[in-house]
Design a protein around this ligand. Structure first.
Ligand SMILES: *[C@@H]1O[C@H](CO)[C@@H](O)[C@H](O)[C@H]1NC(C)=O
Ligand SMILES: *[C@@H]1O[C@H](CO)[C@@H](O)[C@H](O)[C@H]1NC(C)=O
Ligand SMILES: *[C@@H]1O[C@H](CO)[C@@H](O)[C@H](O)[C@H]1NC(C)=O
Ligand SMILES: *[C@@H]1O[C@H](CO)[C@@H](O)[C@H](O)[C@H]1NC(C)=O
Ligand SMILES: *[C@@H]1O[C@H](CO)[C@@H](O)[C@H](O)[C@H]1NC(C)=O
Ligand SMILES: CC(=O)N[C@H]1CO[C@H](CO)[C@@H](O)[C@@H]1O
Length: 821
């Protein structure tokens, strides 16, 4: 009986300790049956597709043996094939860090040859992967660790131009404990402390159990796999495997938890093999192949399972030859306990071109300590996966593989264009005393301007007499030495700080991480062209700083944040109809200028309410513009198409013509108009199916003559019906399926202006029909939906299991191409 009670108690304790993820989506894509692997049930996603009749959702399977010889081979036998941009969306119950795991194994299925597919995988904020099946012969497993801060995770799959299909074999979206990634990481060069880990997006590169066996996902409470370390060791003879059978003393409040790494990782280790060698002075070293440019988070796991007593083990740790820990004594770190797990995080870059990351453990040089050292486990994660709006990489069209596989490369290109444009846009001095709380000038990811190329950019700018050069000290002072409390935005490029200059002017200071970047010369020719751009409805760049290898940009500060923030989801007072119209007019002016202000149209490519910023007078300015200017020089030598856009705002014409024109901006702007009218998110998966996609739903309601039902309740009864009609009509035309049917930005502007006049004046003062320029255009909105309604029919929210609501929609993105090429 007592034993029985004890068992219950133990069971209870066990149950309390076991980690259960709140969000736990496991999907065996393309499968028509559930697949159980080590007790984890991967649900079939047939139910998602059962209502799908379009060719876009193809369930594929392979019977070939080639898929059977590796881990989790069951998951690789089936795949879901996408013939156009597609996405899964996962409701997130608990915001915070999640693992996103993706399984890919290309095979041939009917007419679909997955081996030749190329596509991007992205969430709304991060580009996860540019997958090129040709360079990945075997199965590919990817694990990302993302702090998800929205209610829905949308996982998009976008075929590259020329490939036309994307696929995925299995997906996991799983909550992880909040404290798994957090705390401070030590930056090795230059020495410093990094506090940004909680927001960081990471991609797993290596996860290794030193001196021990492979740890299968079933042995790890977070489903991780740890691989053995032999193959990474430069000289296996210098290190002995160790194996500990005693208790691992996980400490309650410090060091590692059972979720940091499982017992088996801490209970095995490599120890310096000192006794076997005459020279006791050497390192044991592991070497890993990595990419050169990104920063890596290296997590080292230690647990003193070798010492007989406290304070006997001292050693040094080096990463890429840099000292990471010196004369470390684990027993002091772990409050005088042996066998107590401890981990430490380090941030390093691999900039020497070697593409190698080396971790070494060497003996301490302190006198009178034994020559010894251990390492139990190691994880290497790529940092700065990317960020920003839904930019999904770039595709080199003329077969110039500019960027393939290199996220940062793509990113850099985008950023540079943006920067160049930004610089150019602003020549005038700051406009008054703007302050603001929140905006990130460019939502592109990655900021890769540094080194030699930086010089060339800056000098170009100086030649054209752009901007104002700030000294580093001035910016340091303005931002209180780049104080974390001043951070108003974070992106792949670095952070944006609020700053106050000595004269009291508030500025937004964007400080980039220096990284190397080639190809800036190509942009120099662009500068002259772009230098004509400046406009009161485009966010302005005030200056820059390139001292001390810094790359800092200083922008005007937008007091009132984003238009989106004023429409929903924050505490701002509701905007009146007049204010909304004025904001729409302002942003239309900015876009009109982008389209027409220089010899070649500049397409914004990411028009959305989050990219429209408001100054203290609620004057609208378009930000994050100008990623897309395509001059002939660029075309010949460089990236000519790039996929970019934001869910819910995307031009469906992409699917037919695979081209982006100014009219794509017009479409997106039409969505913004609807958003302004209805004050709700453009994609809201929590709503009933037909209401998820705002633009489509509103168009439907409009056709039924029920527009009043959808408008923001705060506007009810406050809009004059003529004004509303004009506005709705304008939005409707912007949303025409075909670009040629959409009005130019100038017409949109004119019509919005007219809607404002109708609101202000009485209808009698204005003769509607005679001045209605849009009405000359083919007036039918041709169901915006071959694409959008298909998306809905295909089931935005199909249930696949009690807890697992997984939905699919086709939303997507654009290729750029300047019109008239
Ligand atoms: C599939 O594509 C790959 C790469 O393009 C090619 O090598 C292979 O022969 C193709 N297989 C079939 C069956 O078409
Ligand atoms: C996620 O990021 C937010 C800030 O964006 C932060 O407040 C939160 O603590 C982070 N969550 C985790 C689990 O790190
Ligand atoms: C540890 O050693 C024991 C006995 O030598 C062995 O059975 C066990 O497999 C080892 N464990 C590991 C993880 O190497
Ligand atoms: C171990 O490696 C580090 C970094 O490469 C080096 O500075 C140190 O001298 C090495 N120690 C020994 C004993 O070789
Ligand atoms: C798969 O598992 C889910 C949840 O356990 C269950 O509801 C569903 O019926 C299963 N489907 C099949 C085909 O077994
Ligand atoms: C967006 C982001 O988190 N960027 C980070 C990339 O990594 C470096 C590492 O030090 C950080 O400084 C950046 O903030």
């Amino acid at each position: 009986m007592q034993l029985f009670v004890l068992l219950i108690v133990l069971g209870f304790i066990y149950a309390c300790n076991a980690y259960t993820p709140v969000d736990n989506y496991l999907i065996d894509c393309g499968s028509s049956t559930n697949t159980t692997i080590d007790g984890r049930v991967f649900l079939q996603d047939l139910s998602v597709s059962s209502s799908v009749s379009t060719p876009e959702k193809i369930l594929a399977s392979t019977t070939s043996n080639s898929a059977s010889s590796f881990d989790n081979s069951e998951l690789y036998r089936t795949a879901r094939i996408f013939t156009g941009p597609s996405s899964y969306s996962f409701p997130i119950k608990k915001q915070g860090r999640h693992f996103i795991r993706l399984y890919f194994f290309p095979f041939v299925y009917q007419k679909y040859n997955l081996t030749s597919s190329k596509f991007s995988v992205s969430t709304e904020s991060f580009l996860l992967d540019n997958f090129d099946a040709q360079s990945n012969a075997g199965p590919v497993f990817k694990e990302y660790s993302l702090n998800i801060t929205s209610d829905t995770l949308i996982l998009g799959f976008t075929p590259w131009e020329g490939s036309s299909i994307a696929f995925v074999n299995a997906i996991e979206v799983v909550s992880v404990p909040d404290d798994l990634i957090g705390g401070d990481a030590q930056i090795l060069n230059p020495p410093g402390t990094y506090k940004g880990l909680p927001e960081e997006a990471l991609e797993l590169v290596y996860r290794v159990n030193m001196g021990g066996p492979k740890v299968a996902s079933s042995q790890d409470s977070l489903g991780r796999t740890w691989i053995p370390d032999q193959t990474f060791m430069l000289d296996v003879n210098l290190a002995n495997p160790k194996n500990f059978s005693g208790k691992i003393n996980y400490q309650k409040d410090e060091g590692a938890t059972e979720e940091t790494a499982p017992r088996i990782v801490y209970a095995t280790a490599r120890e310096l093999a000192t006794s076997d060698t005459p020279d006791e002075n050497f390192n044991m070293t592991w070497e890993f192949n990595v990419d050169s440019n990104p920063l890596y988070l290296v997590r080292l796991h230690f647990c003193d399972i070798v010492s007989e007593a406290l304070n006997l083990l001292y050693f040094n740790v080096y990463i890429n030859g840099l000292s990471a820990l010196r004369d470390v004594d684990l027993s002091t770190l772990m409050v005088n306990k042996l066998a107590a797990p401890y981990y430490a995080d380090f941030i390093v870059g691999v900039s020497d071109g070697s593409n190698k990351l080396r971790v070494s453990i060497g003996p301490s040089t302190l006198n009178s300590v034994k020559s010894d050292g251990i390492l139990n486990g190691l994880e290497v994660m790529k940092m700065n996966v990317s960020d920003g709006s839904f930019d999904v990489g770039s595709v080199a069209k003329n077969n110039h593989t500019v960027i393939l596989g290199s996220v940062l490369g793509a990113v850099a290109f985008t950023v540079i264009l943006a920067l160049v444009l930004a610089f150019i846009v602003q020549r005038r001095k700051m406009a008054g005393n703007q302050h603001s709380k929140s905006w990130v000038p460019f939502s592109v990811f990655g900021f890769s301007i540094a080194g030699s190329s930086k010089g060339s950019m800056i000098s170009s700018l100086q030649h054209t007499d752009m901007g104002l050069q700030f000294s580093f000290i001035v910016l340091q002072e303005a931002t209180q030495n780049f104080d974390e409390n001043q951070v108003i935005g974070v992106g792949g490029f670095g952070k944006v700080y609020k700053g106050i200059l000595r004269d009291g002017t508030k500025v937004a200071v964007k400080r980039g991480n220096p990284k190397s970047q080639q190809g800036l010369r190509e942009f120099r020719t662009e500068i002259d062209l772009l230098s004509r751009l400046r406009h009161r409805h485009l966010v302005s760049l005030i200056g820059y700083c390139d001292e001390r290898n810094e790359m800092i940009l200083v922008y005007e500060y937008m007091e009132k944040g984003t238009l989106k923030g004023h429409l929903y989801g924050s505490d701002f007072p509701h905007l009146s109809w007049k204010q909304r119209l004025e904001i729409c007019i302002g942003s239309a002016k900015g876009l009109h200028y982008l389209h027409t202000g220089s010899a070649k149209a500049i397409i914004h490519r990411d028009v959305k309410s989050a990219n429209i910023l408001l100054d203290e007078n609620l004057m609208a300015k378009v930000a994050d513009f100008g990623l897309s200017k395509t001059g002939p020089e660029l075309d010949q030598t460089h990236v000519s198409t790039a996929v970019k856009g934001s869910f819910g705002y995307l031009d469906p014409e992409y699917f037919r013509r695979q081209q982006l024109t100014e009219k794509s901006d017009v479409y997106s702007f039409g969505v913004v108009l609807i958003e302004v009218l209805c004050a709700r998110p453009v994609i809201d998966p929590t709503r009933p199916r037909e209401m998820v996609n705002l633009a489509e739903w509103v168009m439907k309601m409009m056709k039924k003559g029920e527009l009043e039902q959808v408008i923001d309740p705060h506007l009810a009864g406050k809009i004059k019906s003529d004004s509303l009609r004009k506005f709705a009509e304008t939005a409707e035309k912007c949303l025409s399926e075909y670009g040629v049917d959409r009005p130019a930005m100038g017409d949109v502007l004119w019509n919005l202006d007219y809607a404002l006049q109708l609101q202000e004046a009485g209808p009698s003062e204005l003769e509607d029909d005679s001045v209605n320029r849009i009405s000359e255009l083919p007036s039918q909105v041709r169901n915006i939906g071959t694409f959008d309604s298909a998306a809905l029919e295909e089931g935005l929210a199909a249930n696949i299991g009690d807890d697992s609501e997984v939905s699919m929609n086709r939303v997507f993105s654009q290729l750029i191409k300047s019109e008239g090429r």
